[in-house]
Structure formats: structure tokens, C-alpha cells
Design a protein around this ligand. Sequence first.
Ligand SMILES: CC(C)(COP(=O)(O)OP(=O)(O)OC[C@H]1O[C@@H](n2cnc3c(N)ncnc32)[C@H](O)[C@@H]1OP(=O)(O)O)[C@@H](O)C(=O)NCCC(=O)NCCS
Length: 192
Amino acid sequence: MFYGYISGLGYKSNWVIQGMPRVCHSSWLLRKKYPTVIKGQIIIGENFQCVNKFTSNSIGLIQPCLFNVSASGSRIIIGKNVGISGSTINATTTITIGDNTIIGSGCLITDTNSHPIMAAVRLLPNGGEEYTKKAPVTIGKNVFIGARSIVMKGVTIGDGVVIGAGSVVTKNVPANAIVAGNPAKVIKFIEQ
Ligand SMILES: CC(C)(COP(=O)(O)OP(=O)(O)OC[C@H]1O[C@@H](n2cnc3c(N)ncnc32)[C@H](O)[C@@H]1OP(=O)(O)O)[C@@H](O)C(=O)NCCC(=O)NCCS
């Protein structure tokens, strides 16, 4: 374990990082054309905990964390006291993660379909990038996202929400709800 520096992310002395996360600032296509291009931005608050080694989590990791901000103007904004275990945060617009939120092992948070749905458009020279649906994702404060969950484009998750393990969240979730399943549905509310 070490404190601080993550390659491509920066440094805060009170971060706790186990193993090495991966950061993608520019796509391989853009890198080939413009070798020094830095496209997106990652902003991380105090006390960030990020685990990336198989043994750094009680249930094991299937991947190190991957932060992708390779699209022009993309942003990942992470609040204070956030913990992420071996998950992918894939931003082409903006993905915001609120204070005190914890993200379990093997999750995917993505704000894009990554490819257009029409086959003919996917065959365009750039893969039909401009036809790909994208929308920002906002995750509130004090959220707990269970292991192996997926949060899809355009979703807003309210404060205090719990997402059951293995859920696929496709719609907004109200504050203090517990949601689970595919597609995720409210199973109960947490009494405050
Ligand atoms: C969502 C969760 C917190 C709910 O826990 P709980 O309050 O004890 O709820 P219960 O176990 O009583 O389950 C309530 C109902 O939700 C269902 N449910 C619970 N978790 C579910 C899940 N992940 N997917 C689908 N349904 C789920 C149960 O089957 C039960 O259904 P029923 O009322 O029809 O019997 C828990 O099940 C969970 O998924 N925890 C995440 C664990 C995890 O990923 N840890 C991260 C490690 S890195």
C-alpha cells in the first residue's frame, strides 16, 4: 500500500491507493495522430481510497480501477471520502460521484452506449461516434454500490441510495432507496 501518487491522476497526500489504477486520457486513435493530446479531466477530493490489487478487497478484484476520460471535454468528478474497488468509470460527458460514496468490486459506471445502435452507422470510418447516445451520470452522497453493478448513461442516483450486488441501473433512483436487479427496481427505502 502507498499513499498519494497515481500515474496520470495527480497527488493528494491523504489518498490511500492499493496497487495501480489505469487512466486513459486519450484514445489510441487520437494518440497516434496527436501524441501529446490530453482530452479529459479527473478531479478527486480528499481521502480518496482506490483499490486495484486482487487481494486489496475482501471479495477479490477482477480488474484494477480504470478511469477513462479520453473523449474531448469529458470529466470525472469524485467528491471527498470516496472509495472505489476495482471498477471502471467511463466518462465521455461528465460522471459525478458524491462525498462518502463507496463503489464495490467490479462495477461499471458509464455515460455512453459506446457504439451506435444501427449497424450501418457503426461501419462509418469513425465508428459513427456522433450517433452514439451519451448522457451524464450523477451519483449522490453516501451511496453504496454493490459489487458487479452497472450504472448506465443518464442515470441520477439520489443521496443515501444502496444498489444491490449485480444490479443494472438504467433509471433514476430516489434518495434513500435500496434498488436491485436487472433492470434495478426499488425493493425498499432506508429509514432515516
Ligand atoms: C441490497 C442489499 C444491501 C440488501 O440487503 P438487505 O437489506 O439485507 O435485504 P434482504 O437480503 O433482506 O433482501 C430484500 C429483498 O431484496 C432482494 N435482493 C437483495 N439483494 C438483491 C440483489 N443484489 N439483487 C436482486 N435482489 C436482491 C432479496 O431477494 C429480497 O427479496 P424478497 O423481499 O422478495 O425476499 C444486499 O442484498 C446487497 O446486495 N449488498 C451488496 C453486497 C456487496 O456487493 N458488497 C460489496 C463488496 S465490494
